[in-house]
Structures are given as structure tokens and as C-alpha cells.
Design a protein around this ligand. Structure first.
Ligand code: MN
Length: 231
């Protein structure tokens, strides 16, 4: 009888309201999905097709946590984002199927080692060291899509130590949640347990140990993160 050499971790979970937990399998992230953020990163906004990177599900952290300042960076950035939680299978989805595949939404922080992301981009290397840092996928509890309503003019904002740094509206998204699912499902069998971080507005910037981040999107629980000392 074959036996596992070590215990395999269970899928991490996030609250989905009441006693419900949403197990997280994969974390997809969309790059440069707000025009002003694309420009602040030195790129022209590309409206043709979204592009993606991924984070390990094990990098999930619940809102309210304190995370260590990560190793290997001197420029750790916040990115405030709307996150889609997939609730039904979607493969080569039509827009109607894409809409039905959305279980709900949460607030997320895509924490980023910006110096490593930029250095690797400049050498045409992948973003993993910059983006897939441990503890770098921060999430609030989810709210069902039926409760949240249409994605539109809701405000999305972030502050560091009480100072507003990001302030935009979900209507500024280049690719809407439905458009992202239509596109991403041409490449993957999306399924319950898949999260999609939809990109961040302009105003990204660095944090230091001791900083406290707050963020919000109208209709969703607020997100909070404290940056601890380096490990
Ligand atoms: Mn991001």
C-alpha cells in the first residue's frame, strides 16, 4: 500500500459568510487592468487581451493579519484589488456562462516585491519572485455576487497609516470580471476554488515594518494588513 512521505497541506480557506468556508485551489492575477496603473508602471494600457500571473494558494493570508516583511526585497508594495471567487465550472465560457460562474467577490491585496518584478521584467524573465511571495495574497471574507450586485461605479480605495494612496472606481477596470473569465477560461478549466485578482488602480507604493494598510470596495468587507519585522 503506497503511503505519502509527509502530510500534504489542505486547501486554505476564506470565509464565505456565516459558517461557510470557501476552499482556495488556485490564485490567478490580472496584470495592468487599470489604465492609470499601467501608465505609472511605464506601460501603455493594452485593451486587447488581459494577461496573468499566479500565486500559490498557500500564500493566502486573512485580512487582519500581521505578515513579516519578506526576504529579498527593499521595495515591498501594496496593490488593492477586487477579487472574483469562481463558484461553477467554466471552460471556453460565453459571457452568460462567465457571469453564472461567479460565486462572489472579496477585497484582496496583491503584495509585490516591486524591485524584483521590475528587475526580472527588464531581463524578460518571469515575475514569480516579485509576485509569488509567501503571505502575499491577502483576502477578506467573500460576499455572494447576488448580494454585491453589478460591478460598476463602486469606489475602490487603500490607505497606509491613514493616508489615502489609491482611490478609483471599479468602472475604471479595463477588463470586467465577465470579460476576464471569458478570456481565462479559453486556457484553463476554471472551477470552484479558483480566485482571480482583477488588478490594481494607480497609486501603488512601498510599505515598511510597522505600517498598517486599510482598503475597501463599496459593498465588501474592509481589508486590513500590518507589516511586521523582517524574518
Ligand atoms: Mn496586482
Amino acid at each position: 500500500m503506497p503511503a505519502r512521505l509527509f502530510d500534504s497541506p489542505e486547501y486554505p480557506t476564506i470565509s464565505a459568510g456565516g459558517d461557510a468556508l470557501y476552499p482556495v485551489h488556485r490564485i490567478f492575477c490580472v496584470g495592468r487592468n487599470y489604465a492609470d496603473h499601467a501608465r505609472e508602471m511605464g506601460a501603455e494600457p493594452d485593451r486587447e487581451a488581459p494577461f496573468y500571473f499566479m500565486k500559490d494558494a498557500q500564500s493566502l493570508v486573512s485580512s487582519g493579519a500581521t505578515i513579516p516583511y519578506p526576504p529579498g526585497t527593499e521595495n515591498y508594495h501594496y496593490e488593492m484589488e477586487l477579487v472574483i471567487a469562481i463558484g461553477a465550472p467554466a471552460f471556453k465560457a460565453t459571457s452568460t456562462e462567465a457571469e453564472k460562474a461567479i460565486w462572489g467577490y472579496g477585497c484582496g491585496l496583491d503584495m509585490t516585491r516591486r524591485d524584483l518584478q521590475k528587475a526580472n521584467s527588464a531581463k524578460q524573465r518571469p515575475w514569480d519572485l516579485g509576485k509569488n511571495a509567501e503571505h502575499s495574497a491577502v483576502m477578506t471574507a467573500l460576499v455572494a455576487a447576488s448580494e454585491f450586485g453589478e460591478v460598476g461605479s463602486q469606489r475602490i480605495w487603500l490607505s497606509v497609516n491613514g493616508e489615502t494612496r489609491q482611490d478609483a472606481h471599479l468602472s475604471d477596470l479595463i477588463h470586467s470580471p465577465v470579460a476576464i473569465i471569458e478570456h481565462l477560461s479559453r486556457f484553463y478549466h476554471l472551477a470552484p476554488g479558483d480566485l482571480i485578482y482583477t488588478g490594481t488602480p494607480a497609486g501603488v507604493g512601498p510599505v515598511e515594518p510597522g505600517d498598517v494598510i486599510h482598503g475597501g470596495i463599496e459593498g465588501l468587507p474592509e481589508i486590513e494588513l500590518t507589516i511586521g519585522q523582517p524574518e
